[in-house]
Design a protein around this ligand. Structure first.
Ligand SMILES: *[C@@H]1O[C@H](CO)[C@@H](O)[C@H](O)[C@H]1NC(C)=O
Ligand SMILES: *[C@@H]1O[C@H](CO)[C@@H](O)[C@H](O)[C@H]1NC(C)=O
Ligand SMILES: *[C@@H]1O[C@H](CO)[C@@H](O)[C@H](O)[C@H]1NC(C)=O
Ligand SMILES: *[C@@H]1O[C@H](CO)[C@@H](O)[C@H](O)[C@H]1NC(C)=O
Length: 413
């Protein structure tokens, strides 16, 4: 009952407010702002939005004017809103997507009888991405990682349509910089730029950093590719090298390992332990265990099969919004496995395959040589045949002559 009454009174209040606002709005027409524009000061996506006040019939001297700005945040896929008294605002946009901005006018003060009034409509601006550069020439998989909090590297892959004469450039910007700065030290691979090494000039943590890779070629400019990241969310810890595994009392397995050597604080890591267990019938079952400790005790399993473990780490939510898995540690098994039976890594599979390929090629090669030799001699085959038959008959005679003797001299053909 009480709830229904509260609900009803809420509706009445809402109706009253609406009535009051429309009453005021009837007399006072609040117009939305005009001349909205978006300006790119070369900060790789941190754009400045400006607008001006529309001329109104209201006597503004008794008014305080504010603006309600909404802009589409493509990173979060939603509209963000701010209220400001200024006629400009800077926000982060993804340069590769549409830029959508809406602004309303808000009035308050004696002119509105101290009630906040919002313009009924907004002024909107939608700006398409510039679309400069040759299509499909933007770099792929652009990513920046802070390896073990020691090495800061950005890397990318060339798109297939990149002209051969292309040269890539990486630029970055964050709020401590006046304008975008080019990469101080490129990473080369196969004679072309494939990344940027920022280790000697690391970028700040907990700050949005805009990275863009653009480029030039004889055929024209390449299409830019941009990302925005905070480096603490892109920490990839080093893989753990040593896993210690032993059987404790009651046959339980005790596993422990060390934090990676380097600058990643141990309390910032959580671990995933992967247990692969060989069943009695030879099937392998996998199990993942998550832990904040660097040790784990595993109850003995009814199966007597082998247990193998490997671990990897990731930053926890207290230290970063996002984590990136480290590479896996080497495996540790109990009972200790013969190397032959460990699960092969892709690299290890390659060795037997290479050997097999070598053997097959050798066989094919010998077959070819044999065939070639045969083809060459086939012309003089008759000669050879007569030679062979002559030899054979000599041999035959020789063998007959040897019969009955203890030793016989070797026959060389
Ligand atoms: C606005 O109001 C002020 C003070 O009430 C007055 O002096 C001024 O002349 C008015 N301006 C206009 C354009 O009506
Ligand atoms: C302004 O609001 C007050 C109450 O908040 C009311 O008494 C007064 O009549 C209003 N004046 C006008 C001009 O609407
Ligand atoms: C990046 O630069 C640092 C310091 O100059 C160097 O130790 C490291 O090997 C470089 N890494 C790559 C991938 O070039
Ligand atoms: C690449 O981006 C930088 C920084 O915005 C700019 O100064 C440069 O002119 C661009 N180069 C090309 C070829 O677009």
């Amino acid at each position: 009952m009480a709830k229904t009454r509260t609900f009803r009174s809420c509706i009445w209040i809402l109706l009253f407010i609406t009535w009051r606002e429309s009453l005021l709005c009837n007399g006072l027409e609040v117009l939305p702002p005009k001349d909205i524009s978006v300006f790119d000061p070369g900060r790789l996506g941190f754009l400045e939005i400006t607008w001006s006040t529309a001329r109104s019939s209201i006597n503004m001297t008794k008014c305080s004017v504010m603006y309600h700005l909404e802009y589409y945040n493509t990173y979060r896929d939603r509209w963000d809103a701010v209220r400001t008294v200024a006629r400009s605002y800077s926000a982060q946009f993804n340069l590769m997507e549409d830029i959508k901005v809406r602004v309303y006018t808000l009035l308050n003060g004696p002119c509105t009888n101290n009630t906040m009034i919002k313009s009924k409509t907004y002024t909107e601006m939608i700006q398409k991405p510039p679309g400069t550069g040759i299509q499909d020439t933007g770099v792929q998989d652009l990513n920046c990682l802070f390896y073990n909090m020691e090495h800061m590297l950005c890397e990318w892959k060339r798109s297939k349509k990149t002209p051969a004469t292309s040269q890539h450039h990486l630029y970055f910007w964050h709020k401590n910089l006046e304008h975008a700065v080019e990469c101080p030290k490129y990473i080369m691979s196969g004679g072309v730029r494939s990344g940027c090494n920022l280790t000697e000039n690391p970028l700040p943590l907990f700050k949005d950093i805009n990275f863009c890779v653009n480029g030039t070629s004889h055929e024209g400019d390449l299409r830019p590719t941009c990302i925005t990241v905070q480096m603490q969310n892109h920490v990839k810890a080093a893989a753990t090298q040593n896993l210690h595994l032993q059987a404790g009392p009651d046959k339980q397995l005790e596993l422990h390992w060390e934090d990676p050597v380097g600058k990643v604080p141990g309390h910032c890591l959580e671990w995933e332990v992967e247990q692969s267990q060989e069943g009695a019938d030879g099937t392998i079952s996998l199990r993942q265990i998550t832990t904040k400790d660097t040790k784990l005790t595993i109850a003995p399993s009814p199966d007597t099969g082998t247990n193998c473990f490997r671990v990897r780490s990731e930053m926890i939510k207290y230290c970063a919004d996002e984590g990136i898995w480290s590479d896996w540690s080497p495996q540790a098994c109990y009972p200790v496995l013969n190397k032959m039976f460990t699960t092969p890594e892709p690299g290890q599979v390659l060795v037997p395959v290479a050997i097999a390929i070598a053997i097959v090629s050798l066989l094919v090669l010998s077959l070819c040589v044999w065939l070639a030799v045969r083809m060459r001699i086939s012309s003089g085959e008759k000669k050879l045949f007569s030679l062979l038959s002559a030899l054979f008959s000599r041999n035959h005679a020789h063998r007959e002559a040897c019969e009955g003797k203890e030793t016989c001299p070797h026959t060389v053909i």
